[in-house]
Design a protein around this ligand. Sequence first.
Ligand code: URA
Length: 322
Amino acid sequence: MRQALSALTDELRRLKATGVKTVTVSDEALVSIRRAVVAFRQDRSGGAAVATATTSASAPAPLPPPAPVRAAVPEPTVAPPRPPPAPAVMLPVVAAASLPPAPTVTLPEGDKATRWQALLAKVQADPVCRENVRPGKKVVLGVGSLDARIMFVGEAPGSEEEIAGEPFVGPAGQLLTKMISAMGLKREQVYIGNIMNWRPQLPTVDGREQVGNRPPTEAEMRYCLPYLKAQIDVVQPELLVALGSTAAQGLLGFGAFKALGEVRGRWRDFNGRPLMVTYHPSYILRNQSNRSKRMIWEDLLQVMERAGLAVSYKQRGYFLEK
Ligand code: URA
């Protein structure tokens, strides 16, 4: 088992070294990994569960050292009955299912900066946000101009963002910054937020660094949404741009669509504000074709037009060639 887990983490590290930033793991695979780890621990501890259900953000207990090699035993002719599946509450990744009700965010009177600072203090002190951030990492609010006319909304902080305490600073963020400058704007002129204020956790082996990201659960999104809404209240942007499915779901409502293609590229409404849904920049990082770039770019052209920004002939033609 230890070898299998080492092989898995080695492979993930190898992928990371080759530039892979996200690895999609199905729910079934996650459950299998969890079960395997729990079964391994139970086996090592003579059958007693050693992990306890927790909502803590602390890393799982380290795996015990390998047991001494046992003397060979005769192979049973009939496979023993499989132990019942371990409950799926052993690792922090599932703790989000039992989140308390979403916070009520009331901001003080005052100018935008005063209100935003109060919001920052509130989210940083939020016990649920703190509990869901691993030691040494940060709760993340939005960044940018409080007078921005355009607000971009992403999914959740990743590994770089939870260190910096700022959204979109990793590879997807650098691409977003390029997209913004292709629109003729500076990153500092817009506002950038996320649905989530913490990086959704994945189980780690031996308390090591998390590899990859997972999409947030609905419960996690519901918990963090008041913080995003409060940022919209403070900034009062004219236009919103949802980047990817999670952001679109958070703003349009859960179950509002099945595939992003159904809602992207057309104006929607979020509490009276025009909302454009487009793909997440990480989609372009995975699909570097001009066709993919053009799809996002056409959505951004619509945003530019609605915002009254000048669109040059050159800008209109970006990513048209094959
Ligand atoms: N992806 C997001 O959706 N948000 C970030 O802050 C970084 C990457």
